[in-house]
Design a protein around this ligand. Sequence first.
Ligand code: GLU
Length: 479
Amino acid sequence: MTTRTRFAPSPTGYIHVGNVRSALYPYLIARQSGGKFILRIEDTDQARFVDGTEELIKDTLHWLGLDWDEGPVLSGAGETGDRGPYHQTERREIYLKWAREMIGKGLAYADPYTPEQVQAFRDQAKAEKRAFLYRDHRPENPPEWHLGMPLRFKTPEIKRYTWHDAVMGELSAGPEALDDFILIKADGLPTYNFAHIIDDFEMNVTHVIRGAEYVASTPKYLSLYEALDIAPPILAHVPHILAPSGNKKLGKRDGAKSVSEYRDEGILPEAMLNFLAQLGWNDGTDQDVYSLDELIEKFSLDRVQKSGARFDEQRLIWLNGQWIRRLSLEDLYARVQNYWPASAKTASEAYKKQVLALTQDRLKTLRDLPLLTSYFFEEPTRDESLISNNKQLKKLSPEEISDLLDIVKTEFEKLDDWTSEAIQICLNQLLEITGQKPGVLFSLIRIVVTWAPFSPQLNDTLALIGKETMMARLERFNP
Ligand code: GLU
């Protein structure tokens, strides 16, 4: 049987990193077995529907390279695949057909109660200190069902379920986990609980890979599979993503941004995928950096951890730095297009590439580019704190600084061969002439020429800035 996996997001506005991990794992499973990866839009919750989310989802998946074989097409309307429609709101008739069959078989009943009556049942259960279950209130003679009324599943057998989860292992839950849940809501649309089971079946889905929040409902689903005589797909519930503190589920307030925000900040898709894959999975080695192809080769559900995975943004940024280093200069140059400082606008491509080659190893996100490079293109703004916060330099008096810089100017004035190598020789001579340590002399030169907290190697930096600019900056400085 061909492996068929799906990512089934609800278009409710925001795409949390956890949502994307729920796309990556099924994608990897499909690709490693030559199967199909399906995108299905679960848009039956009209109250939570946010227009534009579907585009955001598609763009995000595409940006990450997680292209799907079936589902809505990347741009515009339209779908591809022969098991559609892939939007649940366009599948109403399918659910209604199943629902009517279930009524015919005595597997579903019209819910006759008003919200007030249900509340009274709840209050009564609470007063009697027992769990509220709809199945305790099944009407003896339910009214005939018609659209506009909620339709409930009539759980045929109240019993214990034991099942295997590809991540969580053997699981079991008693009858208390079973209840008569809603199949079709009053608005005529199905619930997630009903729709996903029908869709996964009709779309021949072999693996349901989703968040651990669905484990608790699994007995209800198993009971519906059984009632419908459908063999359940492989179930895999992936662990929650925890806040950096590790003691609660990651929420918007814990600093986790949407994937598009990370993209705008200059996180590479390679780093994002690498990071998400490892949020709860490892291959048992201490390898850190994985390409998508390697993930396809190495990923397996049985090495996904059962316990929550802590979200560590610093690790994402570190991985991003690792990925930036791995890019060819040409590739990196193409990707940083929108990140240069404004002052780089008039600079030549060749000069910008030289600047980039020097800073590539230090870039953690593409958005760091102005901070690391602006002094190559514009006069830096003097920042006195760089001297006053420097342990060595703050010990020097303004006169001492001035004297040192005079020597520097004199020696560099003599240098005509403005190459990194010649500059390095001159810098070494300056150490001898002044009797200073590199930590003092080189820091001083670097600060006065760049006014940046760090720079690439000094000789390379000075070589690229050029003699004229460097001399002018030394000249302008007045300690
Ligand atoms: N629409 C559900 C969600 O976004 C999908 C869960 C599933 O993968 O079945 O949580």
